[in-house]
Design a protein around this ligand. Structure first.
Ligand SMILES: [Zn+2]
Length: 84
């Protein structure tokens, strides 16, 4: 089923009790999960950290979450698919 066909009615998340739009995940739980990890990573650049945290705080779709990925190069930011 494509996202286009997901009914736009809100449901109550059984985890956080917020009214979420998504049916396969809860956008509030996703944001809370990402916020809880803010202190667990750093890019080494406060401006990049702030940008990524802002993106994560406003994300509503788990498949387009921006994450800091430590790699061989200094700065690597890319979208990562995320499945629950
Ligand atoms: Zn939730």
């Amino acid at each position: 089923m494509s996202p286009r066909h997901v009914p736009r009615t809100r449901r109550i998340c059984e985890n956080c009790n917020q009214k979420c739009l998504a049916t396969l995940y809860c956008e509030f739980c996703v944001r809370n999960y990402l916020k809880a990890k803010f202190s667990n990573w750093t890019s080494g650049n406060v401006n990049i950290d702030n940008l990524i945290q802002k993106c994560q705080s406003e994300t509503s779709r788990p498949n387009v979450i921006v994450e800091w990925i430590p790699y061989n190069s200094e700065y690597q930011v890319f979208n990562k698919r995320w499945f629950f």
